[in-house]
Structures are given as structure tokens and as C-alpha cells.
Design a protein around this ligand. Sequence first.
Ligand SMILES: NC(=O)c1ccc[n+]([C@@H]2O[C@H](COP(=O)([O-])OP(=O)(O)OC[C@H]3O[C@@H](n4cnc5c(N)ncnc54)[C@H](OP(=O)(O)O)[C@@H]3O)[C@@H](O)[C@H]2O)c1
Length: 345
Amino acid sequence: MKLMLASTLTFLFLLGMTACGQAQTTQDTSAAGESAASSAPAESGAGETLSSEPAAESIMPASEGEKNSTTVNPGHFNFETATVTLNSGYEMPIMGLGTYSLSDEECYNSVTALLEAGGRLIDTAYMYHNEAAVGRAIRDSDVPREEIFVITKLYPSQFDDPEAAIQLALDTLDIGYIDMMLLHHPGAGDVEAYLAMEQAAADGKIHSIGLSNWYIEELEEFLPQVNITPALVQNEIHPYYQEPDVVPYVQKLGITVQGWYPFGGRGHTSELLGDDTISTIAENHGVTSAQVILRWNLQRGVVVIPGSSNPDHIRENLDLFGFELTDEEMTQIAVLNRDEKHDWY
Ligand SMILES: NC(=O)c1ccc[n+]([C@@H]2O[C@H](COP(=O)([O-])OP(=O)(O)OC[C@H]3O[C@@H](n4cnc5c(N)ncnc54)[C@H](OP(=O)(O)O)[C@@H]3O)[C@@H](O)[C@H]2O)c1
């Protein structure tokens, strides 16, 4: 059974490499080839340098066939190590913990539970007011710093003095360096803030940089103004808001996609976790609806950061490799899309 799963995953991985040769070439040239979550890249620098004109195929939305394809591995995830090699050359876990709305104590306990359960990816932000708790939990853990991958974000209110904002994040987290820094939303001064992150990456303070809440139009306008291709785009993604155009568009640029609100966000989780289609699939595999949703994301090449203050849920949300969704099940979930956004950005 284990062997069968491994060979199926290898097949899917190889198929994905063939289907997405262009993006893979980019990633291959900068592959880290090491297993630590934030191991040093093969080549220095925060990411691939942008050419002035993106390749024509990069800006084409996915064809109907590509959109509906469920058998490729568009994120080039390594399911053996549960990581992805970013275009910056750094390796990032493909599942972790989101900390939005967690208080200091909840956040400290959740990060501690994640690290004890083997999880290594944590998403925080200046706006969540819990960077200090994330940093404290990491410093108090026995897990070596270089195995942990921390994402934080600059809020638009900080874009007028990005150097100070970056330093504040470094000081508040107090974990040496930041694995990934994102701009939280588009806003006045975002290009200058991104250029400041590029400089911080060149100075070794940040390993990789990216964007959050940037969609196709925003990316088309933004990318020609900066030098380093974002390593990550983090957007709202769940079965009722699947972004069938944005996800392949971003992936074709060689950028890794990460989804926020995987369970729809607080206030919507019972509807999503209780969805008939998802519950039936979960029952058939002997797993939970939460695990089905997370696994569906991974099979689309989308990194997951579910939020939780419950250690049982945190462990469950990392246990995603004992089953695999069939093409038919992936399609059953694909048709649940309602383009129903659960937040304004
Ligand atoms: N970039 C952005 O603009 C942006 C915006 C929003 C969020 N985010 C990021 O995305 C992360 C995820 O979003 P979110 O935390 O707001 O919403 P979410 O992950 O969709 O849902 C969190 C809710 O799901 C519950 N839950 C978690 N695991 C569960 C499980 N296995 N079974 C049943 N319930 C489960 C949690 O309850 P328990 O605590 O009881 O487990 C919590 O109420 C955030 O934490 C944040 O890091 C980014």
C-alpha cells in the first residue's frame, strides 16, 4: 500500500514536471537540494531576476483543459519531503499553521504544538500582533532554527517607511532572519516597499519575498516595476473560492501559491466542513473533511496554512499523506466553486 502510494506520487510528480516544463526549468536551476526547511539556496540572491517582458506563455490564463486537469503537480511539490523548492532556491514546507486572530498565549501554544507535531511552517503578520509570540515559541523549542520557516507581512500602513518596518519585524520576531516576507495587500507605496524587501534580501535579513492579495491584474501592473520575481503569492483559496484562473496563472510564472482561509475562515468553517460532497469523500477515505480540503489544495499545488488553536486539529492538519484524492474526487470538489469570497481583500 505504502509502495503503491509512493509510486503513484512519483508518477504524479513526474507528470507535473513534464506538463510544466517552463516553470520547472526555473526551479531546477535554483534548487537547494537540501532537506532543511530554509536551507541555503544553491545560488545566492532572494529570487529569480525578472526579465522586462514576461514570456508570452507566462501571461496566458490556463486553458480549460489545464484548469480542469487534476493529475498534474503544478506546484512541483515533493510529497516525500512535504516541501517545495521556491524560485528563490529556498525550500518551504507545503503545510503549516496560520496564526490570524490568535492571541499571544494561543499563538505561543499553537506554534509550540505545531513544532512538537513535526510542523515547520508558520504564517504570521505585523497586523496579527503576534509576531513576538511566534518568535518566543520558536526560541523556546528544541527545533533548530534552520528547520523552521516563518512568513510575516508588512501592512500597507507601514509602506511609507519600509526599512523601519522590516527592522521592526526582525526585532519583534527575534529569530535571526525572516524566511519569507510578503506585502500584505496592494497599497500606496507598495513598489517602494517591495524594493526595500529586495534590499533586505540582498543584505541577508530576509531569505525570500512575495505578495499577498495580488490577483492577475495587480500582478500584471506590479511585476514590471520590480527586479525580483516574488517567490510566493498568498491569496484566499477554499472550495467555495477556488481562483481557477489565478492559481495556474501564478504557477506559470514560477511563483508558489499559498491559500488563506482553507476552511473558509471563522464563521464559515461549519458550512465547508459539513459540505455533503466533502463529507462523503472524507467518509470514503476514513479521514476528516478538514484533511480532504487540505489534501485537495496540495494536489492543486497550493500550500496550506490552516489556522487553529487546538493541538488535536493542528496534528490532524499535518496528517495528509495517508490517502490520495482521485481525479473524480478532485473534479467533484472543483465543481463546488461559487466564486464566493469570504473577505474583502
Ligand atoms: N494574507 C491574508 O490577507 C490573510 C487573510 C486571512 C488569513 N490569512 C492566513 O491564513 C490562515 C488561515 O486562515 P484562518 O485561520 O483565518 O481561517 P481557516 O484556516 O479557514 O479556519 C480556521 C478555523 O478552522 C478551525 N479548524 C482548524 N483546523 C480544524 C480541523 N482540523 N477541524 C475542524 N476545525 C478546524 C479553527 O478552529 P480551532 O482553533 O478550534 O482549530 C478555526 O476556527 C490565517 O491564520 C492567516 O495566517 C492570511
